[in-house]
Write a protein that binds this ligand. Structure first.
Ligand code: UDX
Ligand code: UDX
Length: 456
């Protein structure tokens, strides 16, 4: 087995993962390929295609030494014996399972490319999140080759989160590697584990069978999202009572059996994974004749839709039951802080609902304006995009905070208030600001799951 690694798919998962592998494994040559030439050119430049703290440095240390970006998929397949596949697996928009099941067409095409161009045995590693038992189908497709080649399939899902990708990859909570239980599968598992052993302690390398590994990825995301939906559901109850969601979350989180992480109430969770993976889990349960299990998990997504809709209803209710013709400054469009990614961002749904109510939107985000424009390209209505937050708020009736960018806390709220229409409102969809402070400046403040601070 040679020490060349290929990764097919240079996206949010493939790019950072391979950069960290190359940086930590000087003995390996790592080639990252993608069909998108523009993306590859960006990986080769000073402006990487994704914004991720610390990534530029890692890429620069390894690029040209043992990390290479290319569009030549065929040459990569011929050269490498270890192939990571991290092409996207979006939710199907057509046919059976539309809206829930994963679209595996890119994965299958990649498997067929590997068969067509391989000249030696390969280990093919699922980095993309896939429905349980995809490995089985892929193994069958790969083994159908008529060249007498052996293909081992490994499931090695990635658990890093955007915004902290480099840290998560350098110090992973665990590296999960699932393999077939036969001798060849177990040997392949060790080959993959040996890559990670360059920097990950042995006790963090978790070996399972391939189906457990595939399912763990879906369920980990479902469990994380379920915590947010649970807390968000209680934020609605807090607003009806005198309970405060911050107090409830922190007191609840002190129980080590519950834990303190992922209990921040928000306008909703976003990102490329949570919704897609839960719906995938729901589809899997329905397919296997488990409607109660499917309905249980689907509720996590429905609660998220509810939270986004509730946020918009609150805005409208508190602004005298209409936002038509009123300018609303949207602060934050990315699905979370420290990323320019807007996939499934709650800001998309919230903005569309506000536009349906004929609000005028001025959108500001430190990193995500490019994608915000694309996300709202088909929307009718009055939308502007502002690099300067003070311009976004000029003449606005309200500020809605949709992403927890730390820099929003340091804005000059006196200056913002002075330039806005009165009464001026703040709807804090991330409980980010010092509410008392902005209230004292004159704003009517509506946090999530806490008492409103209103002068009205
Ligand atoms: C995606 C999924 O969102 C995630 O659930 C999965 O675990 C891994 O794949 P991400 O890296 O964020 O993660 O996706 P994306 O940024 O869209 O990257 C996928 C890349 O694959 C794109 O750059 C695309 O051009 C490339 N691709 C896609 C190929 O190179 N070949 C194909 O046939 C299809
Ligand atoms: C997630 C998983 O965390 C990661 O392990 C997996 O590999 C990919 O999916 P990511 O989508 O990048 O990562 O971000 P994450 O930090 O999980 O946040 C997801 C969404 O939940 C964001 O919109 C975030 O703002 C929201 N969130 C998170 C909350 O609303 N409240 C919280 O307490 C935590």
């Amino acid at each position: 087995m040679n020490k060349t690694i290929l990764c097919i798919g240079a996206g949010y998962v493939g790019g950072p993962t391979m950069a960290v592998i190359a940086d930590n494994c000087p003995d390996y040559k790592v080639i990252v390929v993608d069909i998108n030439a523009e993306r590859i050119a960006a990986w080769q430049s000073d402006t990487l295609p994704i914004y991720e703290p610390g990534l530029q440095e890692v890429v620069e240390r390894a690029r040209g030494k043992n990390l290479f970006f290319s569009t030549d998929v065929v040459a990569g397949i011929k050269e490498a014996d270890i192939i990571f596949v991290s092409v996207n697996t979006p939710t199907k928009t057509f046919g059976a399972g539309a809206g829930k099941a994963a679209n595996l067409q890119y994965w299958e095409k990649t498997a067929r490319d590997i068969i067509e161009h391989a000249e030696s045995d390969k280990i093919v590693i699922e980095k993309s999140t896939l429905p349980v038992r995809t490995a089985e189908a892929m193994h069958r497709i790969l083994q159908s080759n008529t060249k007498g080649l052996n293909f081992d399939i490994i499931s090695n899902p990635e658990f890093m989160a955007e915004g902290t990708a480099v840290d998560d990859l350098e110090k992973p909570g665990r590296v999960l590697i699932g393999a077939m239980e036969d001798e060849s599968g177990q040997k392949a598992l060790e080959t993959v584990a040996n890559i990670y052993r360059n920097w990950v302690p042995e006790e963090k390398i978790k070996k399972t069978n391939v189906w457990s590994s595939e399912l763990t990825k879906l369920v980990s995301n479902a469990m994380l999202a379920q915590r947010i939906s649970s807390v968000n559901s209680i934020s609605a109850l807090c607003e009806k009572t005198d309970a405060n969601i911050l107090e409830v979350s922190s007191a609840m989180g002190m129980d080590p059996r519950i834990g303190s992480k992922f209990l921040n109430a928000s306008v909703g969770f976003g990102g490329s994974c949570f919704k897609k993976d839960i719906l995938n889990l729901v589809y899997l349960c329905e397919f296997h004749g488990l409607p109660e299990v499917a309905a249980y998990w689907e509720q996590v997504v429905l609660m998220n839709d509810y939270q986004e809709e509730r946020f918009v209803r609150n805005i409208s209710n508190h602004m005298f039951n209409t936002v038509a013709g009123k300018k609303i400054a949207i602060f934050g469009f990315a699905f979370k802080a420290d990323t320019g990614d807007t996939r499934e961002s709650p800001a998309i749904h919230v903005s569309k609902l506000l536009l349906e109510e004929r609000a005028v939107l001025a959108i500001h985000d430190p990193q995500a304006l490019k994608y915000a424009k694309l996300d709202l390209a088909d929307c009718e209505g009055d939308i502007s995009y502002e690099v300067d937050p003070y311009k976004a708020a000029e003449g606005a009736h309200a500020i809605a905070i949709l992403t927890e960018w730390k820099e929003f806390r340091d804005l000059d709220f006196e200056k913002l208030y002075a330039s806005m229409e009165k009464p001026a409102f703040i709807f804090d969809g991330r409980n980010l600001l010092d509410h008392q402070k902005v209230f004292e400046i004159g704003f009517n403040v509506y946090p999530l799951g806490q008492k409103a601070l209103s002068h009205l």
